[in-house]
Design a protein around this ligand. Structure first.
Ligand code: ATP
Length: 433
């Protein structure tokens, strides 16, 4: 038996299909010829700011154990399934398939994978790397998918990982409204959260496990372990037939896209973590977006909480000049606008005090005394009492925002963004599922 890695990407379009579905079909076909899946297949989210992405910038990879003599047949199955299922008629769909027949993932391939999650690479870079490490690439049309296919093979998920159980619809139902019992999803969330997460939007109760696209997915449940997502799946009542189910190991919800940066270094297409002080008060612009500016020792940058981030904007609005914050988010290329960090999360590190001068109270009637003018002291006209200028008190007002971390709601969250609740399992590591 020998081990073969298979990576696939860029098979879908806005009109339909999903690379995870192609993967699930391929895996089933390969099983039928006697190959064995090694571990879980991987669903790898790539740079969320990548301009080529269709939706969530996802690619897949998996490893199989197979008889050496069966390898040509296995490769044929993969390529012909991609040929058959990919949305090749759509201009922007440019699939790529990569085969890699080594046990170890070389360091070069790991760093390439990291770059594809955090930055932009070219098809040529992918081809050169494939040549260097002996990976076999197959390009359909432009073949841009070889970037994601290689990146998915090379991502070993060693720092952090989550799981997603995906159910797929039968062909005749695709494109029609999804039928899942809403109460059962709420019950599933109550029984499995936070071992599963992002099932519901906490403020609206909206179901988040069903996508809104015409793709073959009925729903996807995200969680900390295969057991957690499987338990959750059993609790959900499907009101339509399911064609197949697949559990993927993923980098979703891990913050793998983020890198620490100084403001002057932060570049378009990156997702960054930047520490700074608010230097321009938050303002609401047309469309309900909230914009403010931060500064560090290297420069200034705008930060935006866009309208879909809903209640998150209320926290942002309460910041004032001088507050120290850590911002998390992606930078889009928009030549007509200043560089802007599209906020995913915000940590309020230090709040500047807001001070107010309070006039002294009259010792007789208890009412606040009136100022007599600058440095002239205070008086109570009614009781004919006077007080010195130094009798005023400086009081610290309570800020309407607290220190701590804040995040956008699930509906506005990027697939890679780590939900704050994921830190809870550090506190409760020994749950049974
Ligand atoms: P879905 O999430 O619905 O599966 P998608 O958003 O993954 O769709 P694709 O159809 O896979 O979009 O298209 C993204 C294309 O961009 C792929 O060809 C992939 O190889 C390429 N790509 C992904 N990340 C990068 C990157 N960082 N630099 C350059 N190209 C990239």
């Amino acid at each position: 038996m020998t081990q073969l890695y298979i990576g696939i990407d860029d098979t879908d379009s806005k009109e339909g299909m999903c690379t995870t579905y192609v993967g699930a079909v391929v895996i089933e076909k390969l099983r039928k010829i006697g190959s064995k899946l090694v571990g879980f297949p991987k669903l790898i989210r790539l740079n969320p700011s990548c301009p080529h992405k269709t939706r969530g910038n996802c690619s897949i990879a998996f490893a199989i154990e197979i008889q050496e003599a069966q390898i040509p047949r296995a490769k044929n199955i993969v390529l012909s399934t991609v040929q058959e299922l990919a949305e090749l008629h759509v201009e922007t769909t440019n699939p790529g398939v990569v085969f890699y027949q080594h046990k170890q993932i070389p360091a070069k391939l790991r760093s390439f994978s990291k770059k594809v999650v955090q930055d932009i690479v070219t098809i040529e870079e992918a081809e050169v790397l494939a040549g260097e490490i002996g990976a076999e690439v197959h390009k359909f049309k432009f073949g841009r998918g070889i970037i994601g296919a290689l990146a998915a093979i090379g991502n070993t998920l060693e720092c952090d990982q989550t799981f997603e159980l995906i159910t797929y619809r039968i062909p005749k139902n695709r494109g029609t409204p999804r039928k899942v019992d809403a109460d059962s999803v709420a019950e599933m969330d109550t029984k499995t959260y936070p071992r599963t997460f992002d099932n519901l939007d906490p403020s609206t109760g909206e179901i988040r496990i069903t996508p809104h696209t015409p793709c073959p997915i009925l729903y996807g449940i995200r969680g900390e372990s295969p057991a957690a997502v499987k338990k959750a799946h059993k609790l959900v009542k499907d009101l339509e037939p399911i064609e197949r189910v697949m559990v993927y190991k993923t980098n979703q919800g891990t913050d793998e896209h983020l890198r620490r940066a100084k403001i002057s270094d932060a570049r378009p297409y990156w997702s960054v973590i930047v520490d700074g002080a608010v230097c321009q008060t938050p303002r609401v612009i047309m469309g309900g977006h909230v914009i403010f500016r931060i500064r560090d020792e290297t420069g200034e940058i705008d930060c935006a909480a866009y309208e879909p981030t809903r209640q998150f904007r209320e926290v942002v609005k309460k910041l004032i000049v001088g507050d120290r914050v850590r911002v998390y988010g992606g930078i889009k290329e928009k030549p007509e606008l200043p560089r802007t960090i599209n906020l995913e999360k915000l940590a309020v590190l230090k709040l500047v005090p807001v001070l107010r001068k309070e006039n002294p109270r009259c010792p007789h009637c208890g009412k606040r005394m009136k100022s007599e003018g600058r440095n002239k002291g205070y008086s109570c006209k009614k009781c004919k009492v006077r007080a010195s200028p130094s009798s005023a008190k400086i009081v610290k007002l309570k800020r309407r925002v607290d220190l701590g971390k804040f995040e956008v709601p699930p509906r506005a969250r990027r697939h890679l963004a780590k939900p704050l609740v994921r830190d809870i399992h550090v506190r409760f590591p020994k749950r049974e599922f």
